[in-house]
Design a protein around this ligand. Structure first.
Ligand SMILES: [Zn+2]
Length: 237
């Protein structure tokens, strides 16, 4: 009987390992997606901030060109002033020059504002570049490892299952069936251990008579509450 209990305990240990690997099978692809997602997000952010910066530069060039044009017009009008005959024409030209000068100073204020925006935008591009570098570094460091691990999980689980099934073949068939049902329906846990006088699976307090039976290891016991196979823990399993 003790050997049978040992076999069940070993099977449960293998199923615990299978359970952890199955959890990894769910978690690792998520981690991989996160890592790839961060790089994609950082790439998109950088593209956005670079586009913003290019827009600002375009506006700056347009302003500069307008200012240049206005200055050339002022120069041209100034030359014309000397050739003007009537007072009326003189006044008209002078007011045109004054208008252009106002316009230039307005454009120059806009230019100052744009310089601030350009400085901010440059900083944003630098920040986004830094974040992309970090995201790519994380990807380089972890992606290969994750892909290898994900690829090997199936085989690892298969090996553990084969080992468990080999053990199962040494047990009575109805017991194996019971065990399998509990693994399936009781949260991957068919064998539980006495823990401080209670069932390690559900916490139900074990009667003294049953505790004696568990110590003797002379029969198969089940938790009276959760129905799992109940035994005392083996030191070496
Ligand atoms: Zn229980």
């Amino acid at each position: 009987m003790e050997e049978l209990l040992r076999t069940l305990a070993r099977m449960q240990r293998l199923d615990d390992q299978i359970g952890s690997l199955k959890l990894l099978q769910q978690e690792l692809p998520k981690e991989l997606n996160d890592i790839i997602g961060h790089v994609e997000q950082a790439t998109a952010n950088l593209l956005n901030s670079e586009t913003d910066r290019a827009e600002i530069a375009k506006k700056q060039r347009a302003l500069e060109s307008d200012i240049k044009q206005h200055n050339e017009s002022i120069k041209k009008y100034a030359t014309q002033l000397s050739e003007i005959k009537t007072n009326k024409e003189y006044k008209a030209l002078n007011s045109e020059i004054a208008y252009l000068k106002d316009k230039i100073s307005e454009l120059e204020s806009q230019e100052l504002l744009l310089m601030d925006s350009e400085a901010e935008s440059k900083k944003q591009v630098e920040r986004d570049k830094g974040e992309l570098d970090e995201a790519e570094k994380a990807k380089r460091a972890r992606e290969g490892e994750l892909r290898d691990k994900i690829a090997s999980l199936d085989a690892e689980i298969e090996n553990l299952r084969a080992e468990r099934n080999k053990l199962a073949h040494t047990l009575p068939q109805n017991l194996v069936k019971q065990y399998g049902n509990m693994i399936k329906n009781k949260n991957n846990c068919a064998v539980v251990y006495e823990t401080n006088g209670a069932c390690g699976g559900c916490g139900f307090v074990i009667r003294p008579q049953i505790r004696i039976e568990l110590q003797l290891r002379s029969k198969l016991n089940y938790c009276e509450s959760c129905g799992r196979i109940l035994m005392e823990r083996f030191d070496d399993i």
